[in-house]
Design a protein around this ligand. Sequence first.
Ligand code: ADP
Ligand code: MG
Length: 342
Amino acid sequence: MRIHPLPTQLVNQIAAGEVVERPSSVVKELVENSFDAGAGHIHIEIEQGGIRLIKIRDDGCGIVKDDLPLALSRHATSKIASLQDLEQVASMGFRGEALPSISSVSRLTLISRTAASDCAWRVAADGSEQDFAPQPDPHPPGTTIEVRDLFYNTPARRKFLKTEKTEFNHIETLLQRMALSRFDIGLTLVHNQKEIFKLKPALSEAQQIQRVASLCGQAFVDNAVSIDFAAAGLQLTGWVGLPTFSRSQQDMQFFYVNRRLIKDKLVAHAVKQAYQDVLFHGRHPVFVLYLTLDPTLVDVNAHPAKLEVRFREGRLVHDFLFSALHRSLADLRPGHPDLTIH
Ligand code: ADP
Ligand code: MG
């Protein structure tokens, strides 16, 4: 066979294989876009575990009419323009791949309006056809993206979807994690017309603790202390569970780097070491932790779904995390006055 370029849709479908594993991956990409758009409130509506419908509405900056076709085109982004931008990227997105990938494996409608425009505009794509001639729409300023019938045209992917309930559980867990990363944003989740949660923006510390309680349970809040450490340009804030409030699973561990939820071996190792002397063997600590550092010190372009990062100075990060956690745990001897966070 001779060499030939692949059709755009097929290229997008191949890329979708990396970032769109299941309905919750679509929700992740769309909610991250709403974060990047400066939304104050995000409304997430799901039908049938997201397999039938994922609809996300935000009140963010919107997209100008002429850019709508570009939003659905591969490698087109408003977030970076150069390698230098990439090295210090602060937005959640930058690859310009999510919308074209999702639209190649679903029926997608994008409606958006900027504050300066007197009406909203709508474009659609469904994996085979793209209707990029924008149509007017009465939508308020902000953006709505509807994703219907995920994987309807890729039966091999669709076969891997689990039950509606399992897929919805993935979405709910994901949104719990995302809600802990942006206290300033309100989030509403509706499944099959039933409201699952409605979180108002949580600006004061008391409101933030309330959000943590509603997502992680009152018991977590009652058995955790808040921490705030800074050294060498690194900052660690959040809440760590008392050693007496450990779990048999690692299901209540949230670690964010510059507001991005990540999984990292180095971080896991530092945390484990810090808790080593105070936890029984086989028990796992609970924590919600936020590491903030200069974006040039962390490479977020290490994984298509950005679940992993690379620290430029891994040793420094590891030792900082260990000593910050070790010190706060040492302060937690029984009888310590500051044992709960409220
Ligand atoms: P990326 O987020 O990597 O830039 P996406 O495919 O997710 O790529 O989105 C493409 C572009 O569409 C974004 O760069 C942004 O300009 C625009 N966009 C997507 N979602 C929204 C939204 N909710 N509000 C405003 N603009 C959006
Ligand atoms: Mg994006």
